[in-house]
Design a binder for this molecule. Structure first.
Ligand SMILES: [Zn+2]
Ligand SMILES: [Zn+2]
Length: 384
């Protein structure tokens, strides 16, 4: 593990606090992009031209031996009002780094500087991906479409983890985060006077019947040992106590760790909605929103990253999370490993996307070295 000098650690803390104070929403990370470029240029690191409107791609080392590894950090924030009361709280009203992506990008910046200082020892090329728009599940696809993954053989990323202590890195072979499917359902009935329901098709009854039926998928169609989540999170219909509305709407998400069951769940989902609506005289439109596959850690690469991470921290077995990650899109193309790095560990620490979400700066050296040690270790041992 490379010890960070006191000055460098303090510089990174300052960078993290600056980024925390100036969060930007997905696809709008313009100032963040400028800031990252300025830092990388200051440290003599080559920026790669890109067609992406936000985000930064940079490179260290050379690929004359054909070896290329990518290190990825996401850079976007969330539409949340910060309530931490920190002296470096967000100055951008209604926007907060409540998922800790300020921590991720600072860690990758720190790693970039150390890797640049040790460039002559690198056994290949390291591509740094400061990815935009993770929260809307679109950024990874943008990076891939811009061609930045084409010559890459392995990719590493991580997410901070508030439930894990500083000094812990959690890894697991295979699925570490769930697949994500987002759905929007429009329900069309026939509006009527509340006193004359026989003249219409009652949309509130159609929606509530569908919702109850949908819960039978997880309860009755999926083997009990498998983890599938189906949540309806938002329903809208009607505006008055004495009017049955024409239309309604509901949306939500499906999470899974198993590709076959994901497919089966979606099929049952469509069937239940269509058949239930039809049986009650209504019609539906089913619209699928953004999606991400399972964040699947390549077992062979995970073993190498476990070895590399042991030089940096206490490596523990990860408990998979039902949250999703668009890092999974990279792993569909090439071998990738995604870790959880402990950043809090206090009793009752708030989770991701909470207005009181906190990350401890003391975890920065661990995350920096997760990237640095594993970049070296993977270039030396995985890519041959
Ligand atoms: Zn998030
Ligand atoms: Zn996140």
């Amino acid at each position: 593990m490379t010890e960070l000098t006191k000055e460098f650690y303090e510089e990174l803390v300052e960078i993290r606090h600056y980024l925390h104070q100036h969060p930007e929403l997905s696809n709008e990370e313009f100032e963040t992009t400028k800031f990252l470029k300025r830092k990388l240029e200051e440290w003599g690191i080559a920026i790669v031209p890109t067609s992406m409107k936000t985000g930064v791609i940079a490179e260290i080392g050379d690929k004359s031996n054909g070896k290329v590894i990518a290190l990825r950090a996401d850079i976007d924030a969330l539409p949340i009002n910060e309530k931490t009361g920190l002296p470096y709280s967000s100055v951008n009203e209604g926007i907060m780094h409540a998922c800790g992506h300020d921590f991720h990008q600072t860690s990758l910046l720190g790693a970039a500087k150390i890797l640049k200082e040790n460039e002559d020892k690198l056994n290949g090329l390291v591509r740094l991906i400061f990815q935009p728009a993770e929260e809307v599940q679109g950024g990874a696809v943008e990076v891939i479409q811009a061609g930045h993954l084409e010559d890459v053989q392995a990719i590493l990323g991580f997410h901070n983890h508030p439930k894990l202590k500083v000094g812990e890195i959690a890894l697991i072979e295979e699925g570490i985060m769930a697949s994500v499917d987002q759905f929007f359902i429009k329900v069309h009935g026939i509006g009527t006077h509340a006193a004359e329901p026989q003249l219409g098709v009652d949309v509130p009854i159609v929606i509530s019947t569908i919702l109850t039926q949908l819960q039978t998928i997880v309860a009755r169609n999926i083997p009990a040992r498998e983890a599938i989540v189906l949540s309806v999170t938002h329903i809208e219909t009607g505006q008055a106590w004495n009017v049955l509305p024409d239309d309604g709407f509901f949306e939500g998400t499906i999470r899974s760790f198993n590709q076959d069951l994901r497919k089966e769940t979606k099929q049952r989902f469509v069937k239940i909605i269509e058949n239930t609506a039809e049986s009650l005289g209504a019609s539906v439109e089913i619209i699928w929103g953004s999606s991400a596959p399972v964040t699947y850690n390549c077992p062979k690469l995970t073993k190498i990253v476990v070895e590399g991470s042991k030089k940096v921290a206490n490596v523990i077995q990860a408990t998979p999370s039902n949250a999703g990650e668009d890092f999974s899109h990279y792993q569909e193309k090439i071998s990738g490993v995604f870790a959880f790095i402990g950043t809090n560990g206090e009793e009752g620490a708030n989770g991701w996307h909470h207005s009181n979400f906190l990350v401890k700066d003391e975890a920065l050296p661990i995350a920096v070295n997760y990237y640095v040690e594993n970049a070296f270790h993977v270039l030396d041992n995985f890519l041959v």
